[in-house]
Write a new protein. Structure first.
Length: 257
């Protein structure tokens, strides 16, 4: 199974909730960049190909406990999504592992709550198409968005990304959340990606440079570090990728369902 990356086309952040998470409104979009997972029966739970994995193992342990079976699966992960980049690679891998393992059970289980316990992004990767995530991000609603654009991802060279928890802990801009959320909803209703509000958690001067090079929308994905640009013409995305080649890693990709 391919485990797709995601970008946050918008991320609006509000108050700290009683559960310790922030209220958010986020627009989630898969892209074609993807890891690949293979799952097969085994004598015990094994995860190969990505030594730093914790989410896939945790997902399968949770599923086996819920199904009251031993976690006897071997999973091989071929990583293509950069780690700790705001692209949801770990969450996507966990969701793919849940889907693959659930299909091997004699009585398949509903997966949303299991996924939600693993992380707010994981349920998105069980759904199809772009979604509006609210609450802590795991309450999902399908949205009808244009899909006819190219995506340039830029992962800047430099220091490792600060943890997502640390980025949220530092956030102090909850004032005006309702207004920013209303702007997000209005942009969705108009199917106007360019009108979506900017990411509340993270910003980058690279986004400005991508817009100067023709992106009709550019922003940071999630808590960073990846910056994306959306281009109406793939030739413009390719030209921008060439211009940014010495600034870090780049990928040209496209929306995925």
């Amino acid at each position: 199974m391919r485990a797709h990356a995601k970008i946050n086309l918008a991320l609006v952040v509000g108050r700290l909730r009683p559960d310790g998470k922030h209220e958010v409104a986020t627009v989630l979009q898969r892209v074609e960049l993807a890891d690949e997972l293979e799952l097969q029966p085994a004598d015990e739970l094994q995860v190969e190909g990505f030594p730093d994995d914790t989410l896939v193992r945790g997902a399968l342990e949770s599923l086996s406990a819920a199904a009251n079976v031993e976690p006897r699966w071997l999973v091989r992960i071929e990583k293509r999504i950069p780690v700790a980049a705001g692209l949801g690679g770990g969450s996507s891998d966990a969701a793919a592992a849940l889907l693959l393992a659930n299909a091997t059970l004699p009585d398949q289980l509903p997966l949303h709550e299991l996924a939600r316990a693993l992380g707010a992004d994981v349920p998105f990767f069980l759904a199809e198409g772009p979604q509006l995530g609210t609450g802590d991000g795991s309450t999902l609603e399908p949205v009808d968005l244009p899909q006819d654009f190219s995506v340039l991802l830029v992962l800047p060279a430099g220091n490792a990304k600060e943890s997502t928890a640390a980025v949220y802990a530092r956030f102090d801009g909850e004032s005006g959340f309702a207004k920013r959320r209303a702007k997000l909803v209005a942009a969705l209703e108009a199917r106007d990606l360019a009108a979506l509000p900017a990411n509340d958690l993270a910003s980058s001067p690279l986004a400005d440079e991508l817009r100067e090079r023709g992106a009709f929308r550019a922003d940071v994905s999630g808590a960073g570090r990846t910056v994306y640009g959306l281009f109406a013409e793939i030739a413009d995305a390719e030209a921008a990728a060439e211009a940014f080649a010495d600034r870090g890693r780049t990928w040209i990709t496209a929306p995925a369902w």
